[in-house]
Design a protein around this ligand. Structure first.
Ligand code: Y12
Ligand code: CO
Length: 174
C-alpha cells in the first residue's frame, strides 16, 4: 500500500524515532509499504518517519549505472548505528519530505554501520560514495534531522524564501 509522505515543516520530521523492538508482521508490512511508496514517488531512500511512523527503520534502493532500480539491491536497515566514519564528500541531496529542493551537503565519505535486518538478524555494512551519503541522510531522519539543517546560513535563508513563495503560490491557486 502506498502511504502518504509527510513534508516540511511537519513537526514529526523533527522528532527522534524509537527503536524497533518487534521484528514482526507489522514491521514487514511497514517496510513493504515504504518500498512501494518510495518507488511510486521516484525516491531512492526513505525513513519510516516520512510515512509518519516514528520507528528507527529505513530503506535504500540505489539505481544502477543505467539509472534502473532493482528490488534485489534493496537495503533495509533497522536500528542502524554508525560505528566508524572517515573523510568527507559533498553531494547534491534531495528528499521526498522536502519536495523540489536540492542542495550540496557535506558528509562522511566512508561509514561502517551496524544494524538489524527485518528478521532481527545483526548485520554490518562498510561503504562509501553515494550509498554512504544515502545511509547518513536517512539516519538523520531517525534522529529528527533534515538535510536543509546542514546548509550554511544564507542557503537556509534561500530555502525558507523559496518555500514561502511556493506556499503562497499554491494558496493563490486555491
Ligand atoms: C543521495 C541524496 C539523498 C538521498 C536521500 C533520498 N532522497 C530521495 O529519494 C529523493 C527523492 C526525490 C524525488 C523527487 O521526485 C522526482 O524526481 C520525480 C523529487 O522531486 C520533487 O519533489 C518534485 C525530490 C526528491 C539519497 C542519496
Ligand atoms: Co530525506
Amino acid at each position: 500500500m502506498i502511504r502518504q509522505i509527510i513534508t516540511y515543516p511537519d513537526k514529526r520530521l523533527f522528532m527522534r524515532s524509537n527503536e524497533v523492538e518487534c521484528f514482526d508482521k507489522e514491521l514487514h508490512t511497514l517496510l513493504d509499504d515504504m518500498y512501494e511508496t518510495m518507488r511510486a514517488k521516484n525516491g531512492i531512500g526513505l525513513a519510516a518517519i516520512q510515512v509518519a511512523v516514528p520507528l528507527r527503520a529505513l530503506i535504500i534502493n540505489l539505481p544502477d549505472e543505467e539509472g534502473k532500480q532493482h528490488k534485489e539491491d534493496l537495503l533495509e536497515l533497522i536500528n542502524p548505528v554508525i560505528i566508524e566514519s572517515k573523510g568527507t564528500q559533498v553531494y547534491t541531496e534531495g528528499c521526498l519530505s522536502v519536495p523540489e529542493y536540492y542542495d550540496d551537503v557535506e558528509r562522511a565519505e566512508w561509514v561502517r554501520v551496524e544494524y538489524h535486518d527485518r528478521y532481527g538478524n545483526k548485520k554490518r555494512i562498510e561503504t562509501d560514495g553515494l550509498l554512504a551519503v544515502a545511509i547518513q541522510h536517512e539516519m538523520d531522519h531517525l534522529n529528527g534531522h533534515l538535510f536543509i539543517e546542514k546548509l550554511p546560513y544564507l542557503k537556509r535563508k534561500k530555502f525558507e524564501k523559496e518555500w514561502k513563495k511556493k506556499k503562497k503560490a499554491a494558496k493563490a491557486k486555491g
